[in-house]
Design a protein around this ligand. Structure first.
Ligand code: C2E
Ligand code: CA
Ligand code: CA
Length: 662
């Protein structure tokens, strides 16, 4: 309804009332004026007609005006007029304006004491009819009547004035009623004409308001849980913070994150995930007081704002309650779900006085808790800011390095232990920082994964390593590490094939090292991708073997070409002694059984090298044999020297092994 402007309901109602009032008042006034006008006209006309009628028909008027009684015919006339009803009085005045004869309900009689009438005198003097209309004031007068004074001339001489009083009360009532009905009908029609669209408009406004309210609710709330969303929560939190100095207490912000939500979500499907989130939302709602706030910031992140807190201890106790409430099992389609949460807590005023800063502090504490292994409560500490700062710098360094090609690949030699010869290198990525230092991959790869740039980076390492290896003698291989995330896009096989094609490296010279997390995302797609890769002719290596919790089962799931025993085993020889050695020996034996080669990495000492030689491991890698080096150094001198510098007789000993320059 475009012609109704978008105004507020209150203003609309006021407008409507004004319009209806004006209409009613207007109609009322119109009815009154019109009725009066018409009644007056009618009164005038009938009074004049009656008076003229009498003036013409009373033949002895001149005599009557002179004080004589009317003759018989005039009497009959007057009598008839008196009984006609509408004329309730007739008075005959002399030409000076004094009454001489009166005919009314009491009869016809000549007056003893004359009354003077100015109107009668005026009618005679002016020679024209004088009419006036009165509302009856006296008891013997009708409520509304008209008087007409008609001058009578006999032989051109003024003789008398005949006054006729006509009762117009009934006539007026008739007019009034007729008009009132007409006006009422008119009013109703007008009201309908206005009212119908007004009602329709009102209903639309109502609907619009409801929609507006819903939109506003949605804008402020999370549609799944009905909890406040980020906008609403920060608004309310800011409100509470600004009231804080006067109220004295503290405010605790609990940042809650569901551990491994993605896995639960994958397992239960979308509906199950939604069910989980809304159930947790309800639990949080039930746990908090009216003055507290609960919000969902998106995904699996909830925030509880606890007001009137005395300090850290009280906040921590509450966080514990949140964690245990969230950890209560629930059932979705008869399936039991149980989750853990990680909670970061920050307190105002100490950890921030704006919602932004406080949420950030709580988020930092949460992040710290996740890093420390999840399922815990972490209270914010100021050092966490430095952590955040460092992280931001690292992200910047990664972006810069991608833009300016500042990543470098180092290569660490791998030796075949039995035949004492170099068989290849492992490509290890480094980030060269602005100041020239090299940042180790353990620091930046998890960040690159979080930043979703690992696919790009991994593809670059593959191309780079293949290109370098293609310049080496044909018996040397290159091993490239893959992030589990590189399996997610499903394009890894193409990426690898392209790197091989571009560099001209034969596929069998490329080894791909994966860690068991890849197998953990053990869906058919991952295994299918591994098979496709293997079909290209590249070798697949299970890296960091022994560090996971169910490593063995993965060995049945895929025919790996090689197992790399994690360096922690060799390095705990000194501490754990025989046990670690036994494990290493067992894995080597297992590899034999499964026809998988076994590489031992992290060999730092001659003693360790000796042990591995004795244990029958296939390959070794470690600082003792050579540190990772840039391709240029590998290419220039060392490559040529490797075959000669390797020990030729077992056991290996320090004198005939020249470690690669470190
Ligand atoms: P990793 O695959 O286990 O690589 C071997 C790591 O052990 C390398 O660390 C290497 O420098 C170190 N190392 C070699 N010999 C010894 C030794 O005798 N003693 C000790 N203590 N350490 C030794 P680096 O280069 O810092 O790499 C760390 C991890 O970063 C790698 O562990 C690998 O998981 C990851 N990484 C390296 N490059 C890449 C890459 O291009 N892509 C991906 N996704 N991950 C990479
Ligand atoms: Ca590796
Ligand atoms: Ca490793």
């Amino acid at each position: 309804m475009a012609f109704f402007p978008d105004i507020s309901l209150r203003r609309a109602i006021v407008l409507l009332v004004v319009v209806v009032s004006i209409l009613t008042a207007g109609t009322g006034i119109t009815v009154k004026l019109t009725t009066e006008h018409l009644v007056n006209d009618d009164a005038r006309i009938s009074a004049r007609d009656w008076a003229q009628f009498l003036a013409v028909n009373l033949t002895d008027l001149k005599q009557i005006a002179a004080g004589e009684l009317p003759n018989a015919s005039s009497l009959a006339f007057l009598e008839a007029t008196r009984k006609a009803g509408q004329v309730f009085r007739t008075v005959i005045f002399n030409r000076e304006g004094y009454s001489q004869l009166v005919a009314d309900h009491e009869g016809i009689k000549s007056v003893d004491v004359s009354d003077f009438s100015a109107e009668a005198a005026r009618s005679v003097a002016s020679g024209s009819t004088v009419i006036d209309i009165s509302e009856g004031e006296a008891a013997d007068l009708p409520a509304y009547f008209a008087r007409a004074y008609v001058p009578v001339f006999v032989d051109g001489e003024p003789a008398a004035s005949v006054a006729v009083f006509v009762n117009e009360t009934e006539q007026r009532a008739n007019f009034r009623n007729t008009f009132l009905v007409a006006a009422l009908i008119l009013c109703s029609i007008t009201a309908l004409a206005f009212g119908m669209p007004a009602i329709a408009w009102y209903r639309r406004t109502k609907e619009k308001q409801q929609v507006d309210r819903r939109v506003r609710f949605l804008a402020n709330h999370d549609s799944l849980t009905g909890l406040a969303n980020r906008v609403r929560l920060t608004e309310r939190l800011d409100g509470a913070l600004s009231a804080l100095p006067s109220s004295g207490g503290q405010i605790a912000v609990h940042f809650i994150d569901i551990d491994h939500f993605k896995e639960v979500n994958d397992l239960l499907g979308h509906d199950g995930g939604d069910f989980l989130l809304s159930t947790l939302g309800q639990r949080l709602g039930a746990l908090t007081r009216i003055e507290d706030m609960v919000g969902r910031l998106g995904g699996d992140e909830f925030v509880v704002v606890q007001t009137g807190v005395s300090g850290k201890e009280q906040a921590e106790v509450f966080a514990q309650r949140i964690a245990s409430a969230m950890g209560e099992p629930m059932y979705f389609k008869e399936q039991k779900i149980k989750i853990d949460v990680t909670i970061g807590v920050a307190l105002a005023p100490a950890d921030g006085m704006t919602s932004e800063r406080l949420l950030k502090s709580a988020d930092l504490a949460l992040y710290k808790g996740k890093e420390a292994g999840r399922n815990r409560i972490t209270i914010y500490a100021h050092e966490m800011d430095d952590l955040q700062q460092a992280r931001r710098e690292l992200e910047k360094a990664i972006n810069d390095a991608i833009a300016n090609d500042r990543f470098v690949v180092h290569y660490q030699p791998i030796f075949e232990i039995g035949r004492h010869r170099l068989i290849g290198f492992e490509a290890l990525l480094r980030l060269s920082a602005q100041d020239g230092t090299l940042i180790p991959p353990a620091t930046f790869i998890p960040v690159a994964e979080d930043m979703h740039v690992i696919d790009k980076l991994g593809a670059w390492v593959l191309r780079s390593a293949c290109r370098t290896a293609a310049t080496w003698p044909k018996n040397l291989t290159v091993a490239v590490n893959l992030s589990p995330l590189q399996f997610q896009a499903g394009t890894l096989t193409e990426v690898v094939a392209a790197a091989l094609k571009e560099s001209g490296l034969e596929a069998h010279r490329l080894e791909l090292e994966i860690i068991e997390t890849v197998m953990l995302q053990n869906n058919e797609r991952t295994v299918a991708q591994l098979r496709d890769l293997k079909a290209l002719g590249v070798a697949i290596v299970m890296d960091d073997f022994g560090t996971g919790y169910s490593s063995l089962s993965y060995l049945w799931k895929f025919p790996f070409d090689k197992i790399k025993i994690d360096r922690s085993f060799v390095q705990s020889f000194e501490k754990a002694g025989d046990d670690a050695a036994t494990v290493v020996k067992s894995i080597i034996a297992l590899g034999r059984e499964l026809r998988m080669q076994v590489t031992v990495e992290g060999v730092e000492t001659l003693k360790q090298a000796d042990f591995l030689h004795e244990s029958g491991g296939d390959q070794v890698q470690g600082f003792y044999f050579g540190r990772p080096l840039p391709a240029s150094e590998i290419n220039a001198s060392i490559l040529a020297d490797f075959p000669k510098t390797l020990p030729v007789t077992a056991p290996l000993d320090r004198t005939n092994v020249t470690p690669v320059r470190s």
